[in-house]
Write a protein that binds this ligand. Structure first.
Ligand SMILES: Cc1ncc(COP(=O)(O)O)c(C=O)c1O
Length: 229
């Protein structure tokens, strides 16, 4: 099996999806793309090309609860080879009413009893449509671009070159070390950020995937980051 990531959790990096597909094909490996959070970009006409190559995958994962505006949890596993799910998980008993592979979850997944989790995405799609979800994704990227501009103007460095809605930012030395700074901001309750490591370096991870993030939230984050210790 070969697994590529389309949007790493900390830094939003996207593996070379076409090159990985070629290797997988050459080596006759199952090709999986983990697009758990980056997969949201597929909703946007403008951003979809970032994940070019994902169409060669045998399977992909996308978490609608990460960037497609649903509540936790609404994860999707999508495969072009649905038959293998049934081969792997099929269990027949006399007390279950049907045995239609591809329809009954208990024949295609680990979990038998489940809630109607897909309703969350169905409702988000029903309310916003693909165009609305695409706009939601594009807006997140704009919010992050705005934060990036404000940080650069204040002497920060942005070290990850991700086209997705996540920044790995290194503060100017006057603001002290990353972990203490993050602790102060989170403890203040004014904004939520996380410490991360990018290529061996401590960075502040700023991610904006919530559609309700406003300019006020952006200003609040910038102010909290620059509050004297
Ligand atoms: C790239 C990536 N893959 C997988 C996961 C795990 O997803 P889940 O919480 O649905 O298991 C995450 C969660 O942060 C992620 O960012």
């Amino acid at each position: 099996m070969l697994i590529a990531t389309a949007g790493t959790t900390s830094s939003g990096m996207i593996d070379p999806l076409h090159a990985c597909a070629e290797i997988a094909e050459h080596e006759r490996l199952w090709y999986h793309v983990d697009a758990a959070w980056g997969g949201g970009a597929l909703a946007s006409d403008r951003m979809r090309g970032l994940l070019s190559g994902i169409e060669h995958a045998d399977s992909i994962t996308i978490d609608a609860h990460k960037w497609l505006a649903t509540t936790m949890g609404c994860a999707m596993f999508i495969t072009t080879r649905g038959g293998v799910l049934s081969q792997a998980f099929h269990a027949s008993t006399t007390f279950m009413p049907s045995s239609v592979a591809g329809i009954d979850p208990y024949l295609n997944s680990v979990q038998w009893s489940r809630r109607f989790l897909g309703l969350r995405l169905f409702l988000a799609l029903g309310a916003a449509g693909w165009r609305g979800l695409g706009a939601h994704v594009e807006r997140s990227i704009e919010v992050v671009e705005r934060i990036k501009g404000l940080l650069l103007a204040r002497g920060w460095q942005i070290v990850n070159e991700s086209p997705l809605a996540v920044l790995n930012a290194v503060p100017p030395s006057a603001l002290g070390d990353v972990r203490s700074l993050v602790r102060r901001v989170v403890a203040s309750g004014r904004a939520w950020i996380a410490p991360a490591v990018f290529e061996g370096r401590d960075v502040v991870r700023v991610c904006a995937t919530n559609g309700e993030t406003t300019q006020r939230d952006v200003d609040e984050l910038i102010a909290a980051l620059h509050e004297p210790a």
